[in-house]
Design a protein around this ligand. Structure first.
Ligand code: AMP
Length: 191
């Protein structure tokens, strides 16, 4: 069993790599952003509460995100690929508590996709042409990137200090990043 955390800025390729891992290794991809967008589309209580915040590129309150995460963790005892969670030191502490509550061996691995900012913006603009996401615009990207620097960068730094972070150069094509870095890592974790 493995809980894999893929961490990186908006547009770093977390979702793309998580999909490739899911296809090839059978671990379920769980994206808090995607789940939140489903809640918004379905007009659920949570969806209504978070809609404006997501459109502005701000982080949703921990209380609401944690509900979404607890529901996924309690159903998937085999482990998950976490994409977009945890996004702050506070969320990391809650994830710790949730994993020890629901999973017998809360084994975790951490992959950081490191991508330069100009490329992140290019990818978000490209994705915005087809994603239909209100937050895939150059303006909202800047706010999402600011939230990333403020909340997520300290978490990345703390994983790095603990020596548990695997840093992957995410500036290439999805296939190259997967074949050269992510796939061999997964093989070493799951052997
Ligand atoms: P993403 O698809 O990961 O880029 O997430 C899209 C948006 O969903 C973010 O900009 C936030 O508004 C919200 N969101 C997703 N994951 C989280 C999280 N872990 N904590 C707070 N907000 C989140």
């Amino acid at each position: 069993m493995l809980n894999l955390i893929i961490i990186g800025a908006p547009g770093s390729g977390k979702g793309t790599q998580a999909e490739l891992i899911q296809e090839n290794f059978g671990l379920r991809h769980f994206s808090t952003g995607a789940q939140i967008r489903r809640e918004i589309a379905a007009g659920t209580e949570i969806g209504i509460l978070v809609k404006d915040c997501v459109a502005r590129g701000e982080l949703v309150s921990d209380d609401l995100v944690n509900k979404v995460v607890e529901s996924a963790i309690s159903q998937d005892k085999e482990g998950l690929i976490f994409d977009g969670y945890p996004r702050s030191i506070a969320q990391e502490e809650i994830l710790d508590q949730l994993l020890s509550k629901y999973h017998e061996t809360p084994l975790r691995a951490f992959i950081y996709l490191d991508v330069r900012k100009e490329l992140l913006l290019e990818r978000i603009i490209e994705r915005g042409k087809t994603s239909g996401r209100a937050d895939d615009t150059p303006e909202v990207f800047e706010d999402r990137y600011r939230a990333y620097l403020k909340e997520t960068q300290p978490l990345i730094d703390s994983y790095r200090k603990k020596g548990i972070l695997v840093e992957v150069d995410g500036n290439g094509t999805p296939e190259d990043i997967y074949n050269n870095s992510v796939k061999p890592l997964m093989e070493s974790y799951l052997k």
